[in-house]
Design a protein around this ligand. Structure first.
Ligand SMILES: N[C@@H](CCC(=O)N[C@@H](CS)C(=O)NCC(=O)O)C(=O)O
Length: 215
């Protein structure tokens, strides 16, 4: 089977290592499945053929011999279904994995983005300092709940799954923020996820593409 993932040929240094194609690529590395990259250079994300694959012109998009789809959460769930290692072992486990993928993307990622994106894209603007405490408060409520769930657990469900890939890549956005350090069990969880050889392999692969295509 030929699997293809879309990715940017190059992004500015602050985004390198964080572009969301890392999610399906990490899942494929865990599953031991090879893939090709479909690299997008300047302007390619707006071409009609790419929009037919990824309607928002974003990365990642995914294609194999049977299906094509977009949205990193949907893609990792599909990859899990292809893999002996990652495939859910029961209906209940499948339901929990789906729930945690959606929780990471819907209940936590928007609060993380709220905190980090204004500072990244609106640095120096007057409203930032007033907005930050509000964003921190909203994220702290979610992290407290997640920390409560993770008490006594190594992974979101009973074993490492694609839900951990999505959650870890969301939490990485605030890895250096004091708000995460307030929850030692979440720091330990994130470190546990990022220590996996498949993550390191995937991070190196993403960075290698950007180094090759550096201007
Ligand atoms: N919800 C999408 C978000 C994808 C996304 O934000 N991709 C970013 C790169 S990390 C992107 O393509 N940004 C360019 C753009 O939005 O035009 C997913 O999880 O796949």
């Amino acid at each position: 089977m030929t699997i293809t993932i879309s990715a940017f040929a190059w992004v500015p240094p602050f985004a390198q290592g964080y572009v969301k194609d890392i999610r399906p690529r990490w899942a494929l590395a865990e599953a031991g499945l090879d893939y090709d990259l479909h690299l997008l250079s300047d302007g390619a994300q707006d071409h009609a053929d790419y929009r037919a694959w990824q309607p928002f012109g974003q990365v990642p998009a995914y294609r194999d011999d049977t299906v094509e789809l977009f949205e990193s959460g949907a893609i990792v769930l599909h990859i899990a279904s292809l893999s002996e290692v990652l495939a859910p072992q029961s209906k209940q486990e499948a339901a929990h994995i789906q729930a945690w993928v959606i929780a990471a993307l819907n209940s936590i990622e928007p609060k993380v983005d709220n905190l980090i994106l204004p500072a990244a894209f609106h640095a120096g603007e007057a409203w930032i300092s007033g907005f930050r405490p509000h964003a921190e408060h909203l994220l702290s409520l979610r992290l407290k709940s997640l920390s409560g769930w993770m008490k006594g657990r190594d992974w979101l469900v009973d074993r490492f799954t694609v839900a951990d890939i999505i959650m870890a890549t969301v939490l990485r956005g605030v890895q250096a923020e004091p708000i995460l350090q307030d929850h030692p069990n979440l720091v330990a969880y994130l470190n546990r996820c990022l220590a996996r050889p498949a993550f390191k392999k995937t991070l190196d692969a993403q960075l290698e593409t950007f180094a090759k295509n550096a201007l």
